[in-house]
Design a protein around this ligand. Structure first.
Ligand SMILES: Nc1ncnc2c1ncn2[C@@H]1O[C@H](COP(=O)(O)OP(=O)(O)OP(=O)(O)O)[C@@H](O)[C@H]1O
Length: 356
């Protein structure tokens, strides 16, 4: 009887622990958890499903300026449209600034688009109304939010000045360069002080020097206003300028590069970039394609747990015939060899193979 009482108490304790454990991404401003988006597409008369997002995990902290990169068709725009509240995921969860993007009704979605997120598109013409001046374009979202006229004018002037386009205030879009139009577009997107600014290829139509100026405007907004910014870009120069670049591959986040400034013993500062693979909540790891190609890794790899890291080896047709690892015909050895010399042999094998 006492055993039953103990196990019940233990079960309750474990349930309470699970309940009290913070949820995944609880402290992130953007939290995507196993996000799935399936599109139904007609192809040659048959309905075909396209899995644009296949269980994508992404956390973005408040105040971050980060870039999303990935090959064409990897799912970047699909993700951005979901975060912008323009599209609804098929499964998984997505939360931005406390809003659940799957369960919002139409009214909440409209408020979300007006108040929580700002958006800058690639096509300069899509961001601004052609018959309004830059100042009027920036004031428009404030007018829709019911802000008084004086406040609207002051906010427009402040943002245009912050982004270095104060001289464009009275010009219409066709009287501005592409780079100026994009900087005004950033001001429009920031007008209602959104929690998150999303930009899909904002420098895609610009030459690289102008692209850098536009990117400097994003950085300014991030540093001066503290706005969290997510930029999708193909532009390597832009991706290299942010502290964190997340790569999307086949509808999932695959790797991320973190950059930080290090100071050596002589006091010289340098920017150090390190690439990390993403480990999802189920423990799945996607190796970068260039790594698997370089070592001819296919179908399966050998893993070895060391004290402070895990080693990943090419399968090599099962020639590493050791305890628990596949043998020559690929069958795992059911009775691992407890030979204490195994580690030494393994190290010797590795030196011989040049894999150490
Ligand atoms: N509305 C849609 N209907 C059907 N398929 C779609 C739709 N939108 C996107 N897709 C498909 O989903 C996949 C991901 O598309 P997405 O536009 O998100 O990629 P991307 O990484 O933004 O590409 P790009 O860099 O070329 O813009 C692609 O295979 C695309 O064809």
């Amino acid at each position: 009887m006492s055993g039953t009482t103990d196990s019940l108490a233990e079960l309750e304790r474990r349930a309470a622990h699970r309940r009290d454990r913070p949820a995944y991404g609880h402290d992130a401003l953007i939290a995507c958890d196993r996000l799935v988006r399936i599109f139904a597409k007609r192809g040659g008369g048959d309905a075909v499903e396209v899995q644009a997002l296949q269980g994508l995990d992404l956390l973005v902290r408040e105040g971050e300026l980060m870039a999303l990169v990935g090959a064409s068709g990897s799912g970047k725009s699909t993700l951005m449209n979901i975060l912008a509240g323009l599209d609804v995921p098929t499964a998984g969860s997505a939360r931005v600034a406390g809003r659940d993007l799957l369960t919002m009704d139409a009214k909440a979605r409209l408020r979300y688009r007006r108040e929580v997120v700002g958006f800058v598109w690639q096509q300069t013409a899509r961001n601004l109304l052609p018959y309004l001046t830059a100042a009027q374009n920036v004031a428009l979202p404030l007018q829709l939010a019911g802000r008084p006229r004086r406040e609207r004018a002051a906010r427009a002037a402040e943002l245009l000045s912050l982004l270095g386009v104060a001289d464009c205030a009275e010009r219409r879009p066709r009287q501005m360069s592409g780079g100026q139009q994009q900087r005004v577009a950033i001001a429009v997107a920031l007008a209602n002080a959104p929690a998150v600014l999303l930009a899909d290829e904002p420098t895609g139509e610009l030459d690289s020097a102008t692209g850098r100026q536009v990117f400097a405007a994003f950085r300014r907004a991030n540093e001066e206003l503290g706005t969290t910014i997510v930029v999708v870009t193909h532009d390597q120069a832009v991706a290299g300028e942010v502290r964190r670049t997340v790569a999307i591959r086949d509808g999932r986040t695959s790797t991320e590069v973190l950059r930080r400034t290090e100071v050596d013993e002589t006091g010289t500062e340098s920017l150090v970039a390190r690439e990390y693979a993403m480990l999802d909540r189920a423990g799945r790891l996607q190796l970068p394609a260039e790594y698997t190609a370089a070592l001819g890794m296919r179908d399966r790899v050998l893993l070895e747990l060391e004290d402070d890291h895990v080693q990943v080896w090419p399968d090599g047709n099962g020639t590493r015939d050791r305890g628990g690892t596949p043998d020559r015909d690929g069958t795992p050895d059911p009775d691992p060899d407890p030979d204490p010399d195994r580690d030494r042999d393994r190290d010797r094998d590795r030196d011989r193979d040049g894999n150490g």
